[in-house]
Design a binder for this molecule. Structure first.
Ligand code: TYM
Length: 332
């Protein structure tokens, strides 16, 4: 059976990379009844002010709904409301090997020069992610390219668990689904850096809560080379900034990069940027408006999260009961 699952961390402003690489793609597969959660437990691997964490959790949920996820189809919930995530994560901490985690590039990036002062949670973050996924025996996880390594670790954990506990096929070997023109949206200021919430320059990203003027101005001022757009898609090679804007256009318009080139090839950025800005505003403004409305109605968001958590708990508890039996914990 196919089970689709994904999540987004509850750690501050969402941007266009999150939208095109994740949110938009969740809504596109919702007829498969995906499990889509807010990773609030992952968020606290770095310090989060308790006064803002709840608001950030609701903000992600509002973004799910505003980008078109229907709670009658998708199960939407906060990770922390399903204790089975933490229970399975502990068992996986005892399955995963230190050597596997030592290879995780995200920990190296996030811990920086101060490895010894990072939380233990930041180090074991990908193990919790594997628990998120395997708790629901997810077979497909739509994510951006930056999550590829975490999905590989998830498969390693599933395989070792199945093997160690003599339970062939118990956990599936989950496939990452990294598809479409915008699985790695780059900074608007630097075509070699990923668009990211941690970039100190707000000009580098389009935030989901930016208004139309901000969106248009950021696109107008985005960095590009002086050449017109190439006549063929191959001509984008070695032109990171141009390639990024074409990818963003393609993803927003639901067409391929080749289609964008067919339409705009040979034209300069003086023509392409305004077209992109117009498209971005047209697509993002309704989402922003709906997100703002929902953020002013926390009761509506909480109702969705509560109903989702109940559904998720049923499955999560079931898996954990099976796992406990395999591991040899007393069934009291
Ligand atoms: P997070 O919260 O950093 O990002 C959420 C999603 O957005 C994608 N993304 C991007 N896609 C394209 N271009 C970009 N510049 C860009 N930046 C971010 C990410 O790839 C991701 O799909 N560890 C995860 C959250 C998580 C999770 C899970 C995901 C926790 N448990 C289980 C899937 C399954 C994370 O931090 O994503």
């Amino acid at each position: 059976p196919v089970r689709v699952l994904s999540g987004i961390q509850a750690s501050g402003a969402l941007h266009l990379g999150n939208y095109l690489g994740a949110l938009k793609r969740f809504a596109a597969v919702q007829d498969q009844k995906p499990f889509i959660f807010v990773a609030d437990m992952h968020a606290i691997t770095v310090w989060q002010d308790p006064k803002v964490l709840a608001a950030q959790t609701r903000e992600i949920a509002a973004a799910y709904l505003a980008s078109g996820l229907d709670p009658a189809k998708a199960t939407i919930f906060p990770q922390s409301a399903v204790p089975a995530h933490a229970e399975l994560a502990w068992i996986f901490n005892c399955v995963a090997r230190l050597g596997w985690l030592d290879r995780m590039t995200q920990f190296k990036e996030k811990s920086g020069k101060h490895k010894e002062r990072s939380s233990v949670g930041l180090y074991t973050y990908p193990v919790l992610q594997a628990a998120d996924i395997l708790l629901y025996k997810a077979t497909h996880v739509p994510v951006g390219e930056d999550q590829k390594q975490h999905l590989e670790l998830t498969r390693d954990i599933a395989q070792k668990f199945n093997n160690d506990y003599d339970a062939p096929g118990f956990f599936p070997l989950t496939e990452p689904v990294i598809e479409g023109p915008a699985t790695r949206v780059m900074s608007l200021r630097d075509g070699s850096a990923k668009m990211s919430k941690s970039d100190p320059s707000d000009q580098s990203r389009i935030n989901l809560l930016d208004d139309a003027d901000a969106i248009a101005s950021k696109i107008r001022k985005s960095r590009t080379d002086p050449e017109p757009l190439p006549e063929t898609e191959e001509g984008l090679q070695g032109r990171a900034e141009a390639s990024n804007l074409v990818a963003i256009y393609a993803a927003l318009a639901d067409i391929s990069k080749a289609d964008v080139i067919a339409q705009f090839g040979g034209q300069g950025f003086g023509a392409f940027k305004p077209a992109l800005a117009e498209l971005a505003v047209e697509k993002m403004a309704p989402i922003t408006a709906e997100m703002r409305r929902l953020m002013n109605d926390p009761a509506e968001v909480d109702r969705v999260l509560k109903a989702g958590a109940e559904r998720a708990r049923e499955i999560g508890d079931q898996t954990v009961a099976e796992v406990k039996k395999l591991v040899g914990f007393l069934p009291l």
